[in-house]
Design a protein around this ligand. Structure first.
Ligand SMILES: NC(=O)c1ccc[n+]([C@@H]2O[C@H](COP(=O)([O-])OP(=O)(O)OC[C@H]3O[C@@H](n4cnc5c(N)ncnc54)[C@H](OP(=O)(O)O)[C@@H]3O)[C@@H](O)[C@H]2O)c1
Length: 315
């Protein structure tokens, strides 16, 4: 007969080992938030360098532009409306009189070969200065809470283009410049949706692309010995015009999220939760089984869908 007692000790040691490694990993991750990084300065020691932020006329992108100016960068805004870009540029100039500003116009939903011209436009704005930071922020769902079969050809193309295609193309175009002006930094704004959520499959999979792009480009720069750092930023709910929810502890304002993202620079992770309370929410993805997470996500996205249907009927 087997003595059951012989299993007790190994199991207890295994349990203790698991507990210790989980606790250590959580402490290590939490430290990232306890000690905001100051490494962003590495990319702007002279306070004369430039950052380019895509989708910078609103929401998190405008928050990045404000926070980068506040931290001594000159900033190139990207957007699709000249009028809105000029308005945002004036607002930034009023808040940060010492900052140099410029803008480039491209519609990220319709990426064409003229994206190659961005490098020359950026060169003109820099006037001999250095571009050391690129924030790939532009994105968002074009048709939230929609079944894939309800999308048109254009819906899928626009969502993927806005969230994935534009980021990889503009990064390709600006990479040589970032390498020459190194040390450089590429920040890619991702989403909790990258976990693979229902009712937003085009958006969700585009953000999955962004995460893979972050990891592969980071590995490519490292393999080539280039001093360009790449980091992905995982984001949950943020109060923006594109995502109309009231801010609270778990739903920060856009600028708070942008500031938190810049505080994570140099933390060593490939893809990091930018904001502490998003990280806390994200722990449930590690701990709870996927089927349970999907139950919560489905309830939430179905409720959004019902609301949208009710709104559409009332108009
Ligand atoms: N807000 C959230 O809860 C949340 C959660 C997870 C991830 N994210 C991610 O965070 C990023 C920013 O989201 P957000 O909520 O700040 O969005 P937002 O408030 O809608 O702002 C989006 C920005 O991108 C620009 N933009 C949108 N479509 C464009 C196009 N076709 N061509 C050029 N520019 C375009 C917008 O320009 P206009 O001013 O012309 O519209 C605006 O400047 C996105 O990548 C999003 O996926 C957001």
């Amino acid at each position: 007969m087997t003595d059951l007692g012989t299993y007790t000790k190994p199991l207890a040691y295994l349990g203790l080992f698991t507990l210790a490694t989980t606790t250590l990993s959580l402490i290590r991750q939490a430290t990232i938030f306890l000690r905001p990084s100051t490494l962003l300065k590495t990319y702007n020691p002279t306070r004369k360098n430039w950052a380019l932020v895509t989708g910078a006329t609103d929401g998190i992108g405008f928050g990045f532009a404000q926070e980068l100016c506040a931290r001594g960068f000159n900033v190139i805004l990207h957007g699709r409306s000249v009028e809105k870009l000029q308005r945002r540029q004036r607002e930034l100039q009023a808040e940060f009189p010492d900052a140099k500003l410029g803008y480039v116009v491209r519609n990220s939903q319709h990426v064409t070969a003229d994206i190659d011209g961005v490098d020359a436009e950026v060169g003109e704005i820099l006037g001999g200065g250095k571009l050391t930071v690129l924030v790939n922020n532009v994105g968002g769902e074009t048709r939230p809470a929609t079944l894939l079969k309800e999308y048109t050809f254009e819906d899928v193309r626009d969502t993927v283009s806005r969230n994935a295609m534009f980021a990889i193309q503009i990064t390709r175009v600006l990479t040589r410049r970032l390498e020459v002006d190194a040390p450089g930094l590429v920040l890619n704004v991702s989403s909790v949706a990258a976990f693979g959520l229902p009712y937003i499959s085009a958006y969700s999979s585009s953000k999955g692309f962004v995460d893979s792009f972050t990891k592969s480009l980071r590995a490519e720069f490292a393999a080539e010995g280039n001093a360009v750092e790449v980091m992905g930023l995982r984001v949950a709910e943020v109060s923006t015009s594109g995502y109309d929810v009231k801010s609270n502890l778990f739903v920060p304002e856009a600028r708070v999220l942008a500031g938190a993202s810049l505080d994570r620079v140099g933390c060593g992770q490939e893809v990091v939760w930018a904001y502490f309370w998003h990280w806390v929410q994200g722990l449930s993805f590690d701990i709870l089984p996927r089927w349970l997470m999907l139950k919560f996500a489905t309830m939430k996205l179905k409720a959004i869908r019902t609301n949208m249907e009710a709104k559409a009927k009332s108009t």
